[in-house]
Design a protein around this ligand. Sequence first.
Ligand SMILES: [Zn+2]
Length: 429
Amino acid sequence: MTSETQIRDWVEEAMFIDTHEHLIEESDRIDGLKYGKNGLMPCDDWAYLFFHYLSDDLVSAGMTKNDLNRFLSPDAALDEKLKLVLPWWERAKHTGYGQSVRHTLQGLYQETDLTPESAPRLAEKYRAMIQPGFYRHILHEKSRIERCQINSLQCIFKETEQPDLLQQDIGFPALSSDLNFEAVEQQFGRRSSDLDEWLEIIDWVFTTYEHRAVAAKNQSAYGRRLNYSKVDKSSASPLFNRKAAGDSLSLEEEKTLQDYLFRYCVERATEQRLPVKLHTGYYAGHNYMPLERVRQNAADLCPLLNDFPDTTFVLMHIGYTYQDEAIALAKHYHNVTIDLCWAWIINPMATVRFVKEYLLAAPANKLFTFGGDYITVETIYGHSRIARQGLTQALSELVDEGWIAIEETKELVVRLMRGNALETFPVRD
Ligand SMILES: [Zn+2]
């Protein structure tokens, strides 16, 4: 048996702990378009499989926004949808996003490709799949994922119907870096006009969900640099009061207030022993990413990493395209871990290289190797196939090139696919 065959068997056998998804609740998926909130579900037919993230590559290939919107509309018929998407699907189907969908078509629907012949069958099979229990079926049986960590895009903390399967992050942008009085009032029925009251709300959120949350998550890197400076409460307080009263703050004042609140939330998360997950690197979507800002993510984080030695920081998406910096941070700082979530489909081959380089540079206990990062449960299956293929390749190459021994690899596989997550995140059933 070659080392690759042996390693593939081990990787296929182990169940992933999935450290990052954006799944909506299964009952909301079953409700379909009745649910259709927040742009998370533009349509409820086979085209929905092409929505997240593949639609970004379709636009990058040349599909117009109008055509994409029509393709994802609930009103367009199958033939029209097919005509709109096929030219761009042909051009984009080799990317990681495209391959993830192709694996999904094959593994869940037994269709090898999207064609005029397969589309009507796919449309039927898409509908037939959606019924009570289909999340567990796709995750456990098909994808061999034991449980997922969910960053709900529906609210700050989601009270899930399936807490053993879908553990939840506390999403803290609305409390800090993207202060949102309405979102907080809507979910918790609480409002405040001064900073002390707001801090009480933050305390309340972290203590209330302490035993149900698995991590605290922030994706402010989409809107600002990650240079969260130390700010005194006396500087933040008047800014908060003005903002609560409806005044607009200057950019510098906004940053000062955000910096204070962000650090306050990191303290609370750390008190509750919740790892802090941060978006770093590449942006979802298309035609707006300021790469200059993305390039600064790793360096911007250093003061925070120094100031919070007791916090476990989870840097997501390998900071792509600056993944060398992510390895340097994980090697240098005891409190930095790296999550490959989303990375396998942003750039599969870069992620294979990353795993090889990471393991030879930084301790193996600080790497999480799977998070589909999807809203749609079906495509998590496709992503998990790419992750297993990539992990097998990276580890086989390391063995064949003489860097690690085959005898040590089985243990490493289990550590990377589940052991590290079990060691790092609170397990709550
Ligand atoms: Zn995400």
